[in-house]
Design a protein around this ligand. Structure first.
Ligand SMILES: C[S@@+](CC[C@H](N)C(=O)[O-])C[C@H]1O[C@@H](n2cnc3c(N)ncnc32)[C@H](O)[C@@H]1O
Length: 371
């Protein structure tokens, strides 16, 4: 399949955000992206795999589908796995590991399935397996169909490579970018996060406006595959599309540590010139000078019983500040608690379905331009 330039490429996201991711993938010129449960499927060759890892902000990882066949018992899985052309994708000198899952199939023991595939690869390719290998073969057996993919990303894609400093509850960059997109953000308006924590929304927004590729400063698992062409990858990475944004991106937080963290992260991301971070509580916030834009914020939501009521005054203060001072701005609030969101008193549009984040289910509550 190495020379093949029309295989299935799966871009994973959290359930509930597939169509938002699909819109991004289409907008970046990938052909006929299709939303499926848990992600988006495109077709292409290895350059599309590299480009998806480099360009797409919303995907958590990118998998290359390398084979698919029917298997109803382990002996069949074993013999069929030995006919996969492993050396067209994996390298004999690079250790690998296998992760398997089974659903609704006669083969139901994922550990045994993984072990069969691992042995087949070891014995036909000559590569060694290791529990901490960076190259991961992912096997999914669903309704007796075994699909074999290679994870081409390695570290999950929300690790952009700039964030050394994180606070207690950071928003994943991938999700932050999808929420920005859901709020209609396209890189041309200012963005303000009044509880910015480590600065994720502000930095993502600035990068989008500056047309910086999210994968520009990190490595990927595909660099260790047999299909990798270093010179072609280098050329792809070196295409500079950067532009200077016409507007600025703002964050504030009541915690001094969060502000210095955000500044350091923005510096490392190369967007310090377009971002401003200030110490201040939500009640002290003033809209930045210039045209209105988008306020996006994920306030603390609390995980323990009782936290919810303690947080009501904070959400009320957020609502008062925004409705009193931010006329013309749109607002996006991400929280796990509808009761807290409604405590802001903001005129929310219909809410989309909750999506999993950090062990909770969070929803985006958004408004049109505030009166
Ligand atoms: C869930 S975190 C935000 C995480 C952030 N989106 C990120 O990706 O790092 C909530 C933030 O709200 C801040 N915060 C809590 N109460 C505040 C208040 N009254 N005024 C301003 N910031 C506040 C906390 O310091 C914390 O950084």
């Amino acid at each position: 399949m190495t020379r093949d330039n029309n295989f299935e490429i799966f871009l994973a996201t959290v359930p509930g955000l597939e169509t938002v991711l699909c819109a991004e993938v289409r907008g970046k010129g990938f052909k006929q992206p299709k939303p499926v449960p848990g992600g988006v499927v495109i077709r292409g060759g290895w350059p599309e795999v590299w480009r998806a890892n480099l360009w797409i902000r919303g995907a958590g990882r990118v998998l290359a589908r390398i084979d698919s066949f029917r298997a109803v018992h382990l002996a069949q899985l074993d013999s069929r796995a030995r006919r996969v052309v492993w050396d067209s994708v994996l390298r004999p000198d690079v250790p690998f590991r296998v992760e398997a899952s089974c659903a609704g199939s006669r083969i139901y023991h994922s550990g045994a399935a993984a072990e069969r595939i691992e042995t087949a690869i070891r014995e036909t390719l000559g590569a060694s397996s290791s529990p901490d290998a960076g190259v991961v073969v992912m096997v999914r057996i669903e309704h007796d169909i075994c699909t074999i993919s290679v994870d081409t990303s390695g570290d999950p894609l929300h690790k952009r490579g700039y964030k050394e400093a994180v606070n207690a509850a950071p928003m994943r960059e991938t999700m932050a970018s999808l929420f920005l997109q859901q709020c209609g953000y396209n890189g041309t308006e200012p963005v303000f996060d009044p509880m910015c924590g480590s600065g994720t929304f502000v930095i993502e927004a600035a990068e989008i406006a500056a047309r910086l590729n999210p994968g520009r400063s990190r490595h990927f698992a595909f660099e260790h595959l047999a299909t990798f062409e270093a010179a072609a990858w280098q050329r792809m990475r070196d295409v500079r599309s950067m532009r200077t944004p016409a507007v600025r991106f703002y964050g504030s937080d009541r915690d001094a540590g969060a502000i210095s963290m955000s500044r350091a992260n923005a510096e490392r991301a190369g967007v310090a010139d377009y971002t401003e971070f200030r110490l201040g509580t939500i009640s002290e916030c003033q809209p930045p000078a210039g045209p209105p834009g988008l306020v996006i914020v994920n306030p603390p939501y609390g995980t323990r019983l009782g936290d919810k009521n303690k947080l009501l005054p904070l959400y009320r203060a957020l609502g008062q500040t925004l409705s009193g001072r931010f006329a013309g701005w749109r607002v996006g609030v991400i929280t796990s608690e509808p009761k807290l969101a409604y405590a802001t008193g903001l005129p929310f549009l219909p809410t989309s379905a909750p999506v999993p984040h950090g062990g909770l289910r969070v929803s985006l509550f958004q408004t049109g331009p505030l009166p």
